[in-house]
Design a protein around this ligand. Structure first.
Ligand code: SF4
Length: 500
């Protein structure tokens, strides 16, 4: 079996020259991570290291596998693809490869990694058992598992934690190479594991009928914090701390309520206990709160008080304006931040209400004035164009809102403008995607609405309309997408690194 062709770790290290060392030397393990283990398992985050190491779900899966004695090693798309971070082993040496796919383009990146490792992308071409068994998990498999049916040997739906013991038991009882058929049947016994090799049509039926459905973890039972702290993470040297999963707000474009329900909150006393335990073990200056909407967490202000007492800074993901409090802004300022990120989504109150965000432009200006008084100097604003029932006025109003923030509050303004991509399972899942030409036309309209004076004091980043189109196709495609994906991966292999 090809996967058993194990190259000794020592030889790898001399041959490949310890390329991962600059990264691993900066990682601090918050919990002890045992060496070695069985079976060998490649855990892939198909994006760059900084993004992958900022993903708490990826930490959890690694740690749970280690706790069960599995020889798991991590892979990222960059800076060094195809070599594990732990022992510099090549991807193709592992009998089991699973990918944590967080976003749609990562699915394509994963195929790129398989191609680099010489592993056929199509599941049927790996039937002989000569190649590793390929699994897929992560947020994307909760949004559109059908897209991976022609690629993955098994797909984990929903949270990984409740499924991991079943996967490990199956791999220990049945060899991925010799007893592949038995192994696939054993994997299929779990209601949150989809096995396309037992029939793609059947897999689609099982999904459609709800027989196979996403697993959920009672959030209070999770580890509750990141396993590594590193300055190379997207958040800098930050301890990831989980507050809650799921969201009850129901913004019609958002996948969270549909795909990651129900809302599960970690009790405040558990969160504080976790924080204190971590602080007693390792040094860190800042905590990154992992939660869909920090302002909805009932114990937030008390947690901020405790962080202040412990002299720890805090970072939030983007904040809802209607939830933003002076206490939250002060916590950010005490953490040395001068920039606030909010998501008004659109320029008019009418359209924002339709988006499930019942706050007005006036309220945005009032909250930002409060933030400015507290010492914030800059605001980053996220917007979408191409929303259902959007008019040109909604788009032009984005420029007017940005101008008002600049003129009235003298804050430095940065706009990030993305095309709306309808997602499966959401209330707006059946609405139209505006397409590449439609998105570009709307971007041009907004650009022309931004006056010269605002343009000089305002950074504007438009997302790529072609990337939005890629995201749309990957969100809705099924197993027939494999031809198209293979063509893209081949183009990238021939040097067109971002072919879409
Ligand atoms: S956009 Fe935010 S508040 Fe709205 S449903 Fe999604 S996570 Fe919840």
């Amino acid at each position: 079996m090809r996967a058993s062709r194990r190259v000794p770790a020592d030889r790898d290290r001399s041959r490949f020259g310890r390329e991962w060392d600059p990264v691993t030397l900066e990682e601090v393990a918050v919990l002890p991570v045992p060496q070695g283990g069985d079976p060998s398992w490649a855990l892939v985050f198909p994006s760059d290291y900084g993004t992958g190491i900022s993903n708490l779900g990826f930490h959890y899966v690694f740690y749970h596998l280690k706790r069960l004695g599995v020889g798991v090693e991590r892979f990222f798309l960059s800076p060094i693809p195809n070599l594990s971070i732990e022992n510099h082993r090549p991807l193709q040496d592992f009998p089991i490869i699973t990918a944590s796919i967080a976003y749609e383009p990562d699915a394509l990146n994963f195929l790129q990694l398989l191609r680099l490792a010489g592993i056929p992308l199509r599941r049927r071409q790996r039937d002989s058992g000569e190649f590793p068994l390929i699994g897929a998990a992560g947020a994307f498999t909760s949004i559109n598992p059908a897209m991976l049916l022609a690629v993955a040997d098994f797909i984990v739906l929903g949270d990984g934690e409740p499924v991991i013991p079943h996967l490990v038991a199956c791999f220990r009882n049945h060899q991925p190479g010799a007893a592949r058929e038995k192994l696939l049947r054993a994997l299929d016994q779990h209601p949150s594991v989809l096995v396309p090799g037992l029939g793609e049509e059947k897999a689609l039926d099982l999904l459609g009928s709800g027989v196979k459905t996403g697993a959920t973890t009672p959030c209070g039972q999770s580890v509750g914090h990141g396993i590594w702290i590193t300055p190379k993470s997207a958040f800098g040297e930050t301890l990831l701390l989980e507050l809650q999963r799921g969201c009850t707000r129901g913004c019609p474009y958002c996948v969270l309520p549909a795909c990651f329900s129900p809302l599960r909150q970690r009790p405040l006393d558990r969160v504080i206990e976790t924080l204190e335990e971590c602080a007693s073990r390792v040094p860190f200056g800042q905590v990154g709160l992992v939660t869909p909407e920090a302002g909805d967490y009932p114990g937030l202000e008390m947690l901020l008080d405790r962080l202040e007492e412990l002299n720890k800074g805090v970072s939030f993901a983007s904040l809802r304006v209607d939830n933003l409090t002076r206490r939250m802004v002060r916590a950010l300022r005490q953490s040395g931040r001068e920039s606030l990120t909010i998501a008004p989504e659109t320029g008019t109150d009418r359209m924002r209400l339709r988006c499930g965000k019942p706050f007005t432009n006036r309220e945005i200006l009032d909250k930002l004035e409060m933030a400015s008084i507290e010492g914030m100097k800059k605001v980053k604003l996220y917007f979408m164009i191409g929303l259902p029932a959007e008019t040109e006025d909604d788009i032009v109003a984005i420029a007017a809102l940005a101008e008002a923030i600049r003129k009235e509050l003298r804050l430095s303004v940065s706009l990030s403008v993305n095309a709306f991509v309808p997602k499966p399972g959401t209330p707006w899942g059946d609405r139209a995607f505006v397409g590449i030409a439609g998105a570009e036309r709307r971007f041009r309209l907004l650009k022309s609405a931004i006056s010269e004076s605002l343009g000089r004091g305002c950074e504007i980043r438009f997302s790529s309309a072609r990337e939005a189109d890629l995201e749309y196709r990957l969100s809705w495609g099924g197993p027939e997408m494999v031809d198209w994906m293979e063509t893209l991966v081949d183009k990238r292999k021939r040097g067109r690194s971002n072919a879409i």
